[in-house]
Write a protein that binds this ligand. Structure first.
Ligand code: ZN
Ligand code: ZN
Length: 358
């Protein structure tokens, strides 16, 4: 058989392999609530109570709002089929799908000036994190600045027909181990991370770009991973951090993506968003991360299959090659419920988690 047919066969076989969430998860409505939920946590420090609204969009995408400050991590709606990952095959976004599924309330046209999304943070540049960003920036989020690696900024600049310097006012390359000022009330710290291998220790679509690269972004492999980052967001009021949120967009090895001790000593983490996809391929994920971050509450994102799936499905299948039951058992053991309730939830795409810190 010709290699291309073997690859096609393999890809179709893999695509048909995804499973729904295990019944043990689906029947645990405390941790997999399958609706909007409100949770109360004990606030780390500070006099006033704070409410955070965390809306899970899809894949690594969350809309996060604290004290009226809104940021986004990129959702993914285009969902090309797995076959589009084959070498030499072109892959592209699907604006009709973004139009249909990106929530209306997040679009500039439906938000007052102060509530528009001002910043988008991307952890790494694979297409399931970055592909819908150029269209979102141009069509719905004209006030937003994109923060990401040089690889991510290089890709998005090219997709918008610009150089990095022409894109500079809206595309910021983050510096490792550095705080970035987003506004008077938000700063973000970029933490170098690693990417969980896909198969047999190998990460597909690897490599980096810099701003001198000018080639076309055409195939899945052109969406190079770049340096992955996790982020720590400090939402502030009166010069004090009132809410601290950790975000990652890939499972990572035990020694990466960790918050430095001196930053943790300043203030504890209220909420951490952690990734399930590929978790068993990363060393001690998420155990090592939980030991480091020690957040009051956790949300599990990037858990669902995105290869050509219907976004109308209320209960999507689990990401290819991910052992959801193993991850579930690890979390229930590592994060036992407290008297106040569960310490973690896995939201369905489209559901919101309101966190009240008081
Ligand atoms: Zn990736
Ligand atoms: Zn991903």
């Amino acid at each position: 058989m010709k290699p291309i047919f073997t690859l096609l066969g393999l890809a179709s076989l893999l695509a048909s392999c995804t499973q729904p969430l295990h019944p043990e998860l689906l029947s645990d409505h405390r941790h997999v609530p399958q609706q909007d939920v409100t949770v109360e946590i004990e606030k780390a420090v500070g006099a006033e109570g704070v409410t955070a609204s965390i809306h899970f969009l899809t894949v690594g995408g969350f809309a996060i709002e604290v004290n009226g400050e809104r940021i986004l991590t990129p959702p993914f709606y285009s969902n090309p089929p797995l076959l589009r990952n084959l070498p030499f095959v072109s892959i592209h976004d699907n604006p009709d799908e973004v139009d249909k599924y990106f929530p209306n309330e997040l679009k500039d046209r439906n938000a007052t000036l102060d509530r528009r999304i001002k910043a988008i943070f991307v952890g790494h540049a694979h297409y399931d994190h970055l592909m819908d960003v150029p269209y979102l920036l141009e069509e719905y989020l004209k006030d937003a600045t994109l923060f990401g690696s040089e690889t991510a900024i290089s890709i998005v600049s090219r997709k918008l027909g610009m150089s990095c310097s022409e894109f500079q006012s809206r595309g910021k390359i983050v510096e490792a181990n550095t705080w970035h000022t987003v506004s008077d009330t938000l700063k973000a710290y970029a933490i170098p991370s690693s990417h969980a291998p896909h198969i047999a220790g190998h990460v597909f679509q690897g490599g980096t770009y810099d701003c001198s690269d000018t080639g076309r972004i055409r195939t899945a492999a052109d969406w190079r991973k770049g340096q992955p980052y996790a982020y720590l967001f400090d939402f502030q009021a009166g010069g004090e951090t009132v809410f601290r949120l950790y975000y990652q967009d890939t499972a990572n090895d035990e020694d990466m993506g960790l918050i430095p001790k001196d930053i943790l000593a300043d203030r504890a983490v209220d909420v951490a968003i952690i990734v399930m996809a590929g978790s068993s391929n990363a060393k001690r994920h998420p155990a090592a991360l939980i030991e480091n971050v020690d957040a009051s509450f956790y949300l599990v994102g990037h858990w669902e299959d995105f290869f050509g799936r219907s976004k109308d499905a209320r209960f999507p299948n689990v990401s290819l090659g991910t052992d959801d039951l193993e991850f579930y058992h690890l979390l229930t053991k590592k994060l036992p419920d407290t008297q106040g309730g569960p310490r973690w939830v896995l939201p369905m795409p489209g559901d919101s988690v309101t966190v009240i810190a008081q």
